[in-house]
Design a protein. Structure first.
Length: 380
């Protein structure tokens, strides 16, 4: 049985009719960038997420870059980021000339460790970028408190968490100063190419973001601030809007798949002991207000002998991924921002132990059982 890591065909089939007609219409219209379809997506996304403003942009990376630009963060400023995330989270800080300050993650949810954040705040700190990693919200309530106390902006990296909720039932990316989303095709809400979104509840920031998106132009060929080409393609907006209508259904299906994985793993006895072979994901939030504490953009286990397990699974036809093999503090580009006293034991552990298993709407129970069976065989 071959099990791909991700397969978008089942999702696409559910919305193909809607998309294909509209895309052909767009191709015939000659209007390929921004336009009414993008405005419509922005309205739907703002309503779904519960924010006053949403700005459709060219990618998740650009969303983060624009957020930093909108806050005028630059040389001399420090921005606190988790040591363990996708490159864009820390790279965009470098791109505006600011200093990334790395903080270790929590041992069960792999999101930024709030106690460690407090230790790294200095007079130069301007912002914190929590990452809602793998689809689970970081400890946003505590981070908002810290932001308030120290007058720091909170830029939520919600690239992996469209539709996830915190303990108050608020959507990831809706409570910080800014929220940043990616619609990279394999994200849980994905376009047919690169696209992203920035959200805010601050009208002045929203206005600046719209200027930044298009070379700072208030009127055509009249720039009032530094900007760039961060515009979204019309076709991407059509695809994302169609998928947005299914997102709760698909996130629920991801949760069902995760639950089946976790039940089956528990039944194998592999995750029972003091020093288990497999650690299944842990959901921090248990609250009646919250239907989506984790949307399982990825189903990630901590596995003993991770690399041998992965090779074994490959030989069984099961594709897996490693997110992320090298924490920021070990990457050449970030060396100038790491001191010899810095220590990131959890990020180091995560980089050696975490393994992402196949998860996507349409993954069948037999396939999930097969994955767990093969993992059980490996450890026996
Ligand atoms: C995917 C991702 C991004 C970047 O999004 P792109 O659309 O690929 O530029 C940023 N942060 C995290 C955590 C991501 O997973």
């Amino acid at each position: 049985m071959h099990i791909p890591f991700v397969d978008l065909s089942s999702q696409y089939r559910q919305i193909a009719d809607k998309i294909e007609q509209a895309v052909i219409g767009t191709l015939r219209s000659g209007q390929y960038i921004l336009g009414p379809a993008v405005t419509e997506l922005e309205a739907h996304a703002a309503e779904y997420l519960g924010v006053t403003d949403s700005i459709a942009v060219s990618s998740g990376t650009d969303a983060l870059l624009m957020a930093l630009m909108a806050l005028e963060i630059g040389p001399g400023d420090e921005v606190i980021v988790p040591d363990f995330s996708f490159a864009a989270t820390a790279m965009t800080v470098l791109r505006v000339g600011a200093i990334p300050v790395f903080v270790d993650i929590e041992p069960q949810t792999w999101t930024i460790n709030v106690e460690e954040v407090k230790k790294k705040i200095s007079p130069k700190t301007k912002a914190i970028i929590p990452v809602h990693l793998f689809g689970q919200t970081a400890h946003i309530e505590k981070l908002l408190e810290i932001g308030e106390t120290y007058n720091l902006a909170i830029i939520e990296d919600a690239a992996q968490a469209f539709g996830a909720e915190d303990a108050d039932g608020k959507k990831a990316g809706s409570r910080g100063t800014l929220g940043c989303f990616s619609f990279y095709p394999t994200k849980n809400l994905g376009a047919a190419g690169d696209a992203g979104l920035v959200t805010t509840n601050d009208a002045a920031i929203a206005e600046r973001l719209r200027l930044i998106r298009n070379h700072g132009q208030k009127e055509r060929y009249y720039s009032t601030c530094v900007g760039g080409n961060f515009r979204m393609d019309t076709i991407q907006a059509i695809v994302i809007t169609a998928k947005l209508s299914k997102i709760d259904q698909w996130n629920r299906e991801r949760r069902r798949i995760a639950q089946l994985y976790s039940t089956l793993f528990t039944n194998t006895g592999l995750c029972g002991s003091q020093d288990p072979a497999i650690r299944i994901p842990v959901e921090r939030v248990q609250s009646p207000q919250c239907s989506f504490p984790h949307i399982y953009h990825q189903y990630v286990v901590a596995a003993k002998n991770r690399d041998s397990l992965r090779s074994y699974l490959t030989s069984c036809g099961i594709e897996t991924q490693i997110y992320y093999p090298v924490p920021f503090h070990r990457q050449p580009v970030f060396q100038p921002y790491v001191s010899s006293q810095d220590d990131f034991p959890v990020a180091d552990y995560a980089s050696k132990s975490l393994l992402a298993l196949p998860i996507y709407p349409g993954l069948a129970p037999e396939q999930i059982e097969h994955v767990v069976q093969c993992i059980r065989d490996f450890y026996q």
